[in-house]
Design a protein around this ligand. Sequence first.
Ligand code: 26V
Length: 825
Amino acid sequence: MSQKSVVLDAPTPEPRQVTVEALQAHILEKLTYSIGKDPIVARPHDWLAATIFAVRDRIMDRWMESSRETWRTSNKRVYYLSLEFLIGRLMRDAMSNAGLMEPVQQALTNLGVDLGDLIDLEPDAALGNGGLGRLAACFMESMASLKIPAYGYGIRYAHGLFRQEMSEGWQVELPEEWLAHGNPWEFERRESAYEIGFGGHVEGVTDPDGELRQEWHPNEHLLAVAFDTPIVGWRAARVNTLRLWSAQPIDPILLDKFNSGDHIGALEESARAEAITRVLYPADSTPAGQELRLRQEYFFSSASLQDIVRRHLQQYGDLGSLPDKVAIQLNDTHPAISIAEMMRILIDIHGVEWDEAWTLTRGVFGYTNHTLLPEALESWPVALLERLLPRHMQIVYAINAEILTEARKRAKFTDEQIARVSLIDEQNGRRVRMGQLAFVGSHKINGVSALHTELMKQTVFSDLHKLYPDRINNKTNGITPRRWLMQCNPGLTSLLSETIGDAFLDDIRKLEELGAYADDPSFQKRFAAVKLENKTRLAELIRERLGVRVSPEAMFDVQIKRIHEYKRQLLNIIQAVAAYDEIRAHPERDFVPRVKIFAGKAAPSYWNAKLVIKLINDVARVINNDPAVRGLLKVVFLPNYNVSLAEVIVPAADLSEQISTAGMEASGTGNMKFMANGALTIGTMDGANVEMHEEVGDDNIVIFGLTTDEVAAKRAKSEVPRSAIDASPDLQEALNAIASGVFSPDDPNRYRDLVSGLYDTDWFMVARDFDAYVAAQKRVDALWLDQSRWNRMAICNTAHVGFFSSDRTIRQYAEDIWGVQVPTA
Ligand code: 26V
């Protein structure tokens, strides 16, 4: 019997029991023996850790079984490389997916501890900026639910996305401390550590057989140490691994320096290494462009690929089978240096020939693009790459030579086309375009909504699309219905189960059966009652955090997402100002009471975004305290938006604001979360809104505004918004109020430039979409006045959310990109 089969056949320890008694005893045991606390003095955090340890043990068996199965069946593995995983809390997710909610709750109750309190105590793992990072988290959960052998690879940032506080309405950034109480979910794997090099030089050496090889001699080395977190699929179908890398020095302290009295210098190497994984870059649009960011990208790409190749060789012994057994998905261009790193590993380390290495590389990689914003497209100065990664720069040049030759010979490209497909941008001081690198090194490239994918073909990648017409494909985003419906909205989930049965829990498409109840008055009533309960909870949170009282009976109109000009929070708040004017001018009219709820973070260096936050707070102060408003309008900005806050806000929303300038939001995923929870969408024909419109039908969504083509035409003509503003007295009045300091008496000029931007270019079409937006909001008011109609629409939204499950998205990736079989049951 070979050693491997001995290992594979070894019996596992008895699985832990899931009875209340067993859990109760086990939690106490963990508290005593793992945490070292007497229950009498244990603090809430001790109970939390003890509970997580007990839950974790019950996941272990599935985890090991899952990985054994992959070894046994030789199934293809999927690797999702992402610089961001915006996970949020893990405990409820793991318990709920493993079917442990009830016994754990009961066990804790018996111990005098409230599970809800513990859940609220767990810090969010905020290792991402926004949609891109949250998508990675939803994908991890769906891949486990669909029994796909998948690994997430990323960085274990010591500090996730900054904590946002308000100081007189301004955003202030504070360090986030998710690891302050330790992290009971992670397993440090010191044995899985890889050396990562930077800098140095490349030397050509001739082998005894006359072959010229390149040897990279980095002058800086550090270690990547793995930390593993289990990701539990629905009904514990499978448990996958999220492997996050932490940077550590090879020598923690330089003793000779220390002994010679240089105490600081002795720790320099250590500090330099650890800096790489210290903090998540908090911008999601403007490339940081800094060396540390490139170091992060290469550090985690190299560690991940070394790990992938090692695992593959351990199981299969050869590299030729790589594309049959390995699929690597690049989440945006952030890990794009992996293309060159894979070539280096294959050629320099394993002696594979160039052509073969290139075929293997393209065979394994897929690349997902998440934005077309020119300022967000990553490129690195050639000089920086040359200094930090000299061998990779050589490889990039060699790849470029091959692509450009092919473009010239096969596709007969012109000089202009050649310049556009080149990996090197010669216009802006010679830079390597990471999007181009990711594209040419992948067999499939996808966008994240139907519209976005079409725009990819027409704009940034039009020439590469001509060269490789079968590579670009669409994979419309999705969200996991476990976290974003079942866990965050237990009230609605119970109602749905009682109405159409439990089958939708395993097949979300079954929600369509709700359609039959959309007109049923008694079901509508119950649906609305759940919503009201969720709104009451949110109203309570608003009162606690902001001291503002809002009525749960009012319409909750919600825009929560990163603050960005293209997302147009400005349009929303200007409409609030216009409504304020109207309410005061027409005390005789009937108004639908509304609460406008905003939340979101701005990149610390993004001035206009920060100014919009301040404007929302300024407007909120004035409107909320004006008796003439008679409580008909409230504006609130909830600070420190994160996954956990979203889980409270989303189930309480009546209206979902998805109002980006058409053509600019690649997909959006918040839109889908609201839809699942029975909110109506007011939105532009942008990103996945287009497909939502298709799914629910024109009657169940409120669409307004310029289309992508209309926006493009206006921009091409350099049309100025003057006439739009002249034609709209309401807009003029609102803009004058804002610009003249009505909301900023302490600094009347605060918003002068912001407003004058709307008169000049108005790149984001705020002025030109304003009247259409106001008209759409009037339609929303009219719908609200017919509550039965409203409820019907809300129910239809929940009923048709099935398409937007990340399970559907992942099945499509598996089939069209990864070549992985998804078991049906
Ligand atoms: C870019 C950069 C530039 C360098 C600094 C750090 C950084 C971090 C993230 C990004 C990527 C921004 C792209 C992005 O987040 N796109 C969003 O992806 C969502 C998931 O596909 C999609 O729903 C949103 O519409 C899209 O904006």
